[in-house]
Ligand binder design. Structure first.
Ligand code: CDV
Length: 317
């Protein structure tokens, strides 16, 4: 029996500092209706989809920082999105900044939730690969302070059985790390949802924009193929109060091919009628993990973070 599902990425254009949560949720609702018109059953919204990408700003007042965080999900403002999704029978992924109390202290994470077609939160992911820095870079045109505003996620890379598929989540910078996808691949993931906010300029080293897009697409395509999974990657993009972030939202097939690619840097929905079993022949063949993985040779991956060069110079006399 063919297992098909229309998958969608609901890309957001810029959210400016002055934009309220309510105005953003209205845009998400318009996107959800558009996805519904395309027949979508699962929609991926971006990372931190409710506010501007605030880690670009050095903020010292904790109350001001906390204004970007949600203390509950659904929140009052996002409840209408959950209600509509339930009414339409569409599952979704939504990224947001999470403030919570855990282990007797306040904790802040860069989080996404997985909501099933009944409007129920079935999964939560807290971003593990936090990019950027924690100090104030006085000379830089903008900051990337995720290491200052968030803790490293403490719940791992999970996969949930929901909506007739195996669905995993990660967030933005996580997509650049093969480990992210392989851990989900080992849980037989079939759809990986990833939201992102990627500045068009590399803060640390000048890079042409085409190269930025190339790295974005090549990592998604390689990871999709190597784990034989669909990947839905959704941007928040355009110029937020003048700070440019690239688009390039895409849906990648388990073959590694780009099945749909956004054209704009604004609110836009792309969708693909996906065969969830398209990756099955790859999982039975080249990437049949049970037959071909050689874990006795992979120890360094989980034992070492930094690269260490060989201590012996093989060319020395
Ligand atoms: N939000 C992100 O994680 N952005 C990073 C940037 C800093 C490179 C990314 O990997 O897209």
């Amino acid at each position: 029996m063919l297992r098909r599902m229309i998958l969608a990425a609901a890309q957001l254009g810029p959210i400016h500092l002055k934009d309220s949560r309510a105005s953003v949720v209205k845009r998400l609702i318009v996107l959800l209706w558009r996805a519904h018109a395309m027949g979508a059953r699962f929609v991926v919204f971006p990372e931190m989809a409710l506010t501007t990408f605030f880690p670009r700003y050095w903020i010292t007042d904790q109350a001001e920082i906390d204004a970007y965080f949600e203390t509950s999900m659904p929140s009052n403002e996002t409840q209408p999105l959950f209600n509509l999704a339930r009414e339409l029978g569409i599952g979704f992924y939504l990224g947001y900044a999470e403030k919570t109390v855990e282990d007797g202290r306040i904790r802040r994470f860069n989080t996404s939730v997985l909501v099933n077609a009944k409007g129920k939160i079935v999964g939560r992911y807290r971003k593990i690969h936090l990019p950027g820095h924690s100090e104030h870079l006085l000379q830089a045109p903008f900051q990337h302070l995720e290491k200052r505003y968030f803790e490293v996620g403490n719940e791992g890379f999970k996969v949930w059985r929901t909506m007739g598929a195996h669905v995993g989540m990660c967030i933005c910078n996580d997509r650049r790390w093969p480990e992210t996808f392989r851990v989900m691949g080992l849980q037989d993931v079939e759809i990986v949802a990833v939201g992102y906010n990627t500045p068009t300029d590399n803060l640390h080293h000048p890079e042409p924009p085409h190269l930025r897009m190339h790295h974005h697409l090549i990592t998604l395509q390689a990871s999709a193929y190597q784990n034989a999974t669909w990947v839905i990657a959704t941007a928040k993009c355009g110029r937020e109060d003048g700070f440019a972030m690239f688009g390039g939202s895409c849906i990648v097939a388990p073959t590694g091919e780009i099945a749909a690619l956004a054209q704009s840097e604004d609110d836009e929905v792309i969708a693909v009628d996906a065969d969830l079993d398209l990756g099955a022949y790859i999982k039975r063949g080249t990437f049949d993990f049970a037959r071909h993985r050689r874990i006795e040779h992979y120890g360094l991956i989980a034992a070492r973070t930094a690269a260490v060069a060989p201590s012996i110079d093989s060319d020395a006399e």
